[in-house]
Write a protein that binds this ligand. Structure first.
Ligand code: DQA
Length: 148
């Protein structure tokens, strides 16, 4: 059973990008750690990152077509702007959990609104890299409750 870990623009620079906001872990270390946690629960993580909106949309469609169990998605700045990504989340049948490292609700007002949240099963924000692990546990729980 596979889960897609999908990260949007600028998250390839985690670790050196505004570490006081986003922490010092690199994306690669987050991906490796999440894979090992997922394996303990019988899931495989497929990790993708793109700075391009259309590639993120394609990745969501593919995960659905290839019967992934769900998606852990940090849409980064597209969270606040992208109707196309919101529609992509709505257009697929697998569950999507939205993650943000920072507490977007405590930052600039333009970050308070998420285009994605209403189409996601839930949102986790403000817990740094640990939020991805929270999202994984929430997604696995959801999958087991709803599809086993
Ligand atoms: C982010 C929050 C967004 O507002 C921002 O544009 C990002 C990262 C986060 O993980 O905290 O790039 O999604």
């Amino acid at each position: 059973d596979r889960i897609l870990l999908l990260n949007g623009p600028n998250l390839n620079r985690l670790g050196k990008r505004e570490p006081e906001i986003y922490g010092s872990d690199t994306l690669e270390s987050i991906e490796l750690h999440l894979s090992s946690v997922a394996e303990q629960h019988g899931f495989m993580i497929d990790a993708k990152q793109s700075n391009h909106e259309g590639e993120l949309i394609d990745a969501l469609h593919q995960a659905d077509d290839q019967h992934y169990k769900g998606v852990i998605f940090n849409p980064a700045a597209y969270t606040h702007t992208s109707i196309a990504l919101r529609d992509a989340v709505a257009a697929i049948s697998i569950p999507v959990t939205e993650v943000h490292l920072s507490n977007i609700h405590a930052r600039e007002s333009f970050r308070h609104h998420s285009m994605i949240a209403a189409e996601a099963i839930g949102q986790i924000a403000g817990f740094g890299a640990y939020g991805y692990e929270m999202a994984l546990h929430a997604l696995i729980h959801y999958v087991k409750e709803n599809h086993d």
